[in-house]
Design a binder for this molecule. Sequence first.
Ligand SMILES: O=c1ccn([C@@H]2O[C@H](COP(=O)(O)OP(=O)(O)O[C@H]3O[C@H](CO)[C@@H](O)[C@H](O)[C@H]3O)[C@@H](O)[C@H]2O)c(=O)[nH]1
Length: 339
Amino acid sequence: MAITGGTGSFGETIARRALREGVAELRIFSRDENKQHHLRLALNDSRVRFHIGDVRQSDGLLDLLRGVDLLFHAAALKQVPSCEFHPLEAIRTNALGAENVLDAALAREVGAVVLLSTDKAVYPINAMGMSKALMEKLAIAKARRWPDGPTRICVTRYGNVMASRGSVIPHFVEQIRQGQALTLTDPRMTRFMMSLPDAAELVLEACARGGHGDILVQKAPAATVLDLAEALIEIFGGRTPLQNMGARHGEKLHETLVAHEEMARAADGDRYIRIPPDGRDLDYAGFFSDGGVMLDDADDFSSRNARRLDRAELIELLLGLDYIQAQLGASQPVQEPKA
Ligand SMILES: O=c1ccn([C@@H]2O[C@H](COP(=O)(O)OP(=O)(O)O[C@H]3O[C@H](CO)[C@@H](O)[C@H](O)[C@H]3O)[C@@H](O)[C@H]2O)c(=O)[nH]1
């Protein structure tokens, strides 16, 4: 088994889970030797092999995937604001890098490839989302082109992974600790809330039941930024004030996990929504005489219309996160707000 971007929050979660479940060998592929060093020490397991490399270059990927049966592609540029300033870098890593990963996986006849995408790829308005939308298109086009090959290709789309590195939860917790005002972009903004274990469940669901060319989505609940901030203040105590800053570059008020047009052909299950590939071919003649699938009135699945977590549920969910537990256990007291 191999993970690109294997030193990130998601990579580490799936790595630990695979090791617990007895994986024979796990290859971690990433660019940063320092992060690999720390993960090597943290995992301390001889089944783990580290490969330095960049998905922008194919040779390292071909080397990585020799004899691999399952690949999780998590390597990405994922910060929305920085991708806005460097869109070509987002295209290079998220789109062209994914193409390299898929080509290498097909060449090495990897049994299954699960690619990680994001809600920001649906009706994308920022460069990160656009490059991830292209990644999805590349994956589905490959699945369509090689329908009967040895490699199964699946995409999973995530909402926000709670307390992942650089995200708003650690940022708010730090602000509470420092006694600084919490910087809210827009209190009405909603985001899907997923924990890291939820994210791991989703890729495992894709491995177990995802079809070739499917996009899988978890029916995650959503919360407003205001409720999130207030829930954290309640957990950590203190009298931290709130400050509204306005939206950052390329931000949406609400995110969408399944587009209205995709809902028309999606299979809506208890916990997951499966979007199968559009099986039609490129024969457009039919569309002038016979027509295609009619779009129905299905709504999209967005953080605006998803189940909204109330404050109590949000607090319970936050208290279940390892990150929050570790912070609550930390000795550093919460400071009173600075005037
Ligand atoms: O100081 C801050 C920072 C953020 N936010 C808000 O908090 C929410 C979450 O922000 P953040 O944790 O930065 O996540 P997003 O910008 O939504 O993007 C994250 O979630 C995506 C999945 O949707 C991932 O793909 C991205 O990598 C990841 O950065 C958003 O509504 C932000 O506007 C604030 O209110 N104040």
